[in-house]
Design a protein around this ligand. Structure first.
Ligand SMILES: [Zn+2]
Length: 63
């Protein structure tokens, strides 16, 4: 189940939302209830730890 990051275009709040298939169109801001939310494509929930590990371990392995 994918967790997407969203940013509210009205109050600029960042939040994460677990989105099920077919539900992505009904996302609203939990802070101000605005439907003007923008999906962030960073995929932090999936890639964050991998990128961090790579960035830390990579240079050491090659030096
Ligand atoms: Zn908002």
């Amino acid at each position: 189940m994918p967790i997407y990051e969203y940013r509210c275009d009205d109050c600029k709040k960042d939040f994460e939302k677990l989105v099920f298939a077919g539900e992505a169109d009904g996302i609203t801001c939990p802070e101000c209830n605005s439907p003007k939310v923008v999906k962030q494509m960073s995929a932090v929930s999936f890639m964050g730890s991998s990128i961090g590990t790579c960035a830390i371990d990579g240079p050491k392995q090659f030096s």
